[in-house]
Design a protein around this ligand. Sequence first.
Ligand SMILES: *Cc1c(COP(=O)(O)O)cnc(C)c1O
Length: 222
Amino acid sequence: MGINTTAYQQILTELTSANAQLVAVSKTKPVEDIAALYALGQIDFGENYVQELVEKQAVLPKQIRWHFIGHLQTNKVKYIAPFVSLIHGVDSFKLLKEISKQAVKNNRTIDCLLQIHIATEESKFGFSVEELQALQLELPLPNIVIKGLMGMATNTDQTSVIAAEFASLQQLYLSLKKEIPSIDTLSMGMSGDYQLAIQNGSNMVRIGSLLFGARNYPTTSI
Ligand SMILES: *Cc1c(COP(=O)(O)O)cnc(C)c1O
């Protein structure tokens, strides 16, 4: 428990010179730690589990911008639709349609990132390039703004593999940006690979353990 303020300041310095934004990933961490980082000026926080996010949002300052970065189930969109700032992991048209529906219901616009499958692992969610092209034909949707793309690299020590995956996502991002004017966000990079991500054009990194310490898994996905 407890936040690493030295790491926070150092990461902020690196990100500022790269023009990248920090999403502090607080999943499984207590509200006290989030409040402590918020007191240092951090506004953007990322969570992976709907129930946990809803509970934290209720008790923490309303100025916090909450990012949903996990795998979002369609039937849970309604719980976060009233307040969520950016949904990173949109990985199906069905999910995007539901976010649109709930955004309309709440009379607000919800910003979304489309998750692209760049890793070699089967388990990582996301659109393929072909699926992304098919999705574009269905846009725009009411009360949805597509702000950009999100991706997770393969969990490996091989830097060249990670760099190649980030580079391919950057290419896709740059070409999509030409077609969809609202696109300005490329969310890639975590504690272990954020520097590589920035070198490959990321402008939003999602960092948890470097700021809050290692997490104690397992957590139930709720
Ligand atoms: C947990 C998580 C992170 C943060 O991971 P760290 O390695 O702790 O920085 C980033 N992105 C996603 C999608 C996550 O689930």
